[in-house]
Write a protein that binds this ligand. Structure first.
Ligand code: ADP
Ligand code: MG
Length: 603
């Protein structure tokens, strides 16, 4: 058959296949246009979860009647003034959305430019265009999209339930609301208001400007359980909000990334988050994060896919390492601020009756490191090996009478031990609060940190294999893997090329058993192939440390003396990350004096 150029309408239908997957994609494109138009208020109205009607109304710059006819033409855009794809400052730039929507749905655009007398309107129904004609509207633009996919019924069949499609729409609105705090957003479904975000005062800057929007979108629970981060490395800037390790989720849904103020989804960024939290979260849990990256636009390729949610970084490694290092150091710094949620959960159990509203209990709020004062003469907790040595006094603290209230020494952040209860928890007090420590979780963390430091200080102990191991790799992996040989060798893994699709393993990290080696190499090769990096081995080592730590730490059920307990508390104050065990559970909680007074109705 002869080759022919497809008619314009067909081209638009094909383009729509990529850009418009579901009603939420229409909402996304229309919101992006409204944001690009400089609107300060955008409303979305839906019928049948957007399947039969989507109306987006903005108070932005509007479209002139001449441009109205152009706006629905393919690749017609006002947004690439310099014809330069390496310098895109707007959310849109491909000039594809409106003609695509017009090809598969019933599209009506009404617009009035700021300062103009009248509004104008154009319709495109399944690709058929009307003339531009007068209409009435306040300044701004209103885009109505009816019967999405009526012209491509095959797609219509793929739409999910109303609830699912609505959830996708809300997710899109949330993502865009998080980049535009100065714009107010509202969404209505069949006259019912689904969300309403008032615009944030524009005299605020940076995280102060974004925090109230994060509060609207994600909620107070996240705000109370998160830290702000800010970091800069040369022209690369990172800032945002990161959840405390104790506030974790079962999937990555609450991880938001914005690059140069554009919402993106990126597996490499997700992987970086995983590494940053790897020491403080259980493996199957995900932190909540809202991160903004800024870089010169020539460092970024935004034209990867028509839906514009993917980007390519010119220096992906630098982006990755900035994320990992700044998140890690922030988590470390603010380690003692244990998640609030746990506090609230605990207090709900304590509460004498549910009527006590918000007792204002905050657990282990941030304590600057300098509050810790290490009194060397009391340092009786031996860390020579991983066993827990009691100092001179051996009297079990849980014996009646032994929990005398010794004068409290306020210089200790975690206070002085007063008792052990259920042979599992240490109760300590300061002038201002009661602290309850999970002895096993706390000790496990101490040992884990010590082992990790050992790894860092002394390097990885390696073990030569008597008979080198040959590991066969999937096609194409071996060559890339061998390129990383020098790097891997620093981690205790010595490899050599072996034929085309295999490697020879000569030395392995001593912590790794020989039986683990094949799987580790395969995982590593896969990871290097995908990300160009080899952190999995570090991860493996840390995991092994974790397992060892868990086995060698004091168990719940062991009786401790007051001196032993004090020694453990002092050691915790000295150890980074000691507010969670390495499974992400908290190691201690605290109850403030005023909270207790409230609980007992003294306040
Ligand atoms: P793109 O956004 O990539 O330029 P679109 O097809 O989404 O492509 O829009 C085409 C053009 O129509 C835009 O470049 C813009 O000039 C104009 N336009 C679309 N929506 C609006 C709006 N809400 N307000 C002002 N102008 C708009
Ligand atoms: Mg657009």
């Amino acid at each position: 058959m002869a080759i022919r150029v497809l008619p314009e309408h067909m081209i638009n239908v094909i383009a729509a296949g990529e850009v418009i997957e579901r009603p939420a994609s229409v909402v996304k494109e229309l919101l992006e246009n409204a944001i690009d138009a400089g609107a300060s208020q955008i409303s979305v109205m839906l019928e049948n979860a957007g399947k039969t009607k989507i109306v987006v109304n903005d108070n932005g710059c509007g479209i002139s009647p001449q441009d109205l006819a152009l706006a629905i033409e393919r690749h017609a855009t006002s947004k690439l003034p310099g014809d330069d794809l390496s310098d895109v400052a707007t959310l849109g730039f491909r000039g594809e959305a409106l003609p695509s929507i017009g090809a598969i749905a019933k599209l009506t655009i009404t617009s009035r430019m700021a300062g103009a007398e009248a509004a104008w309107q154009i319709e495109v129904h399944g690709g058929k265009k009307s003339a531009v004609h007068p209409a009435s509207l306040n300044p701004g633009t209103m885009v109505e999209v009816g019967d999405i996919f009526f012209a491509t019924p095959a797609r219509l069949k793929f739409l999910k339930s109303d609830a699912t499609e609505l959830a996708h729409i809300i997710d899109i609105v949330n993502r865009l609301a998080l980049i535009a705090p100065k714009i107010g957003f509202s969404v209505q479904h069949r006259e019912r208001s689904l969300l309403r975000y008032a615009k944030i005062q524009d005299n605020l800057l940076g995280t102060d400007l974004y925090q109230p929007r994060v509060l609207q979108v994600i909620g107070q629970e996240f705000i109370s359980n998160s830290l702000t981060v800010e970091a800069q490395r040369e022209e690369l800037k990172l800032w945002g909000f990161i959840g405390l390790p104790t506030y974790h989720r079962s999937n990555s849904q609450e991880q938001y990334f914005f690059v140069n103020n554009r919402p993106v989804r990126d597996r490499q960024l997700q992987a970086a988050i995983r590494v940053a939290y790897q020491d403080v979260l259980p493996h199957d849990r995900y932190p909540a994060t809202i991160l903004y990256l800024e870089m010169p636009s020539d460092q970024l390729d935004v034209n990867v896919h028509p839906a514009k949610t993917e980007v390519r970084f010119r220096q992906a490694d630098r982006v990755r390492s900035l994320i990992i290092s700044s998140l890690r150091s922030r988590l470390m710094q603010n380690d003692v601020k244990t998640a609030n949620t746990i506090g609230q959960q605990a207090i709900d159990y304590f509460k004498p009756n549910a009527a006590v509203q918000n007792p204002g209990l905050v657990f282990a709020e941030k304590a600057p490191a300098q509050q810790f004062s290490w009194n060397a003469s009391r340092a009786s907790f031996s860390t020579q090996d991983n066993t827990f040595y009691p100092p001179q006094d051996n009297s079990p603290a849980s014996a009646p009478g032994s929990s005398t209230l010794s004068p409290v020494e306020p210089e200790y952040f975690l206070g002085r031990a007063v008792a052990q209860i259920h042979r599992t928890y240490i109760v300590a007090q300061t002038e201002e609060k009661v602290v309850i420590v999970d002895q096993h979780a706390a000790h496990e963390r101490l040992i884990y940190e010590k082992m990790k430091n050992g790894l860092q200080a002394e390097g990885v102990k390696r073990q030569a294999l008597l008979i080198p191991e040959v590991v066969n790799l999937p096609q194409g992996r071996a060559a890339i893997f061998i390129e990383k040989a020098a790097e891997l060798s620093k981690l205790g893994l010595t490899i050599e090329p072996f034929g085309v699709d295999a490697v020879l393993v000569r030395e392995i990290p001593a912590l790794l058993g020989r039986e683990d080696i094949t799987q580790t190499i395969l995982d590593l090769a896969e990871q290097i192939f995908e990300n160009g990096e080899s952190w999995i081995i570090q991860n493996h080592l840390n995991e092994i440390c974790g397992t060892l730590a868990c086995h060698s730490s004091i168990r719940a059920g062991r009786t401790l003396s007051l001196n032993e307990m004090d020694a453990l508390l002092r050691q915790m104050e000295q150890t980074p990350n000691s507010s969670q065990c390495n499974h992400g559970r908290p190691t201690y909680i605290e109850l403030k004096r005023e909270d207790m007074e409230k609980l007992f109705g003294r306040r």
